[in-house]
Design a protein around this ligand. Structure first.
Ligand code: HEM
Length: 141
């Protein structure tokens, strides 16, 4: 059986999604549109957010999430971002991370022209350790 490198499959799909241009909103805009539409609680959390800066930060953070999957080493960046999201911070409840991933995959399916079921699995595998880390830190911060 051919070996699959899920980190690479995720990265390539992510790059295609970012590069995708169409009449409609681009990948990161589409992600936030989908994410906000999932629940008023989510939209409210971002009410005062500068979305331009937010999109750049999300873009950076996905690289750190993949890095965490590959090296399994928590970096200062991950710790700082977990703190921002914790109970005493923005209060991003652990359940919302599942909605976050679902929304990201929906946007990727729209924007990566060669998206497949296997690529969906690659997104899930590559991002799961980072999501587990963030969820676990919720009570701590
Ligand atoms: C693993 C998944 C996630 C990643 C990688 C991520 C990434 C980020 C990053 C990098 C920032 C900017 C932090 C900074 O201020 O420097 C941020 C801010 C924020 N995130 Fe997340 N996030 C994730 C999941 C979520 C979830 C599930 C929610 C809940 C709805 C959420 C809500 C927020 C809010 C409210 C902010 C602050 C926006 C502001 O500054 O106004 N995030 N996120």
């Amino acid at each position: 059986m051919r070996m699959k490198d899920y980190a690479e499959m995720f990265n390539e799909s992510y790059q295609r999604a970012l590069a995708f241009r169409d009449e409609g909103p681009q990948f990161l805009d589409r992600f936030y549109e989908i994410f906000f539409s999932k629940s008023p609680e989510i939209a409210e959390l971002f009410e005062t957010t500068h979305m331009g800066a937010q999109k750049t930060m999300l873009q950076d953070s996905l690289f750190y999430m993949r890095d965490f999957f590959i090296h399994r080493t928590a970096n200062d960046y991950m710790e700082r971002v977990a703190k921002v999201h914790g109970k005493a911070g923005r209060n991003a409840r652990p359940e919302l991370y599942d909605v976050w991933l679902e929304s990201l995959i929906e946007a990727a399916r729209e924007c990566d022209p060669v998206f497949t079921d296997d690529i969906e699995l690659a997104w899930k595998i590559a991002l799961s350790p980072g999501i587990t880390y963030m969820k676990h830190m919720y009570d701590r911060y």
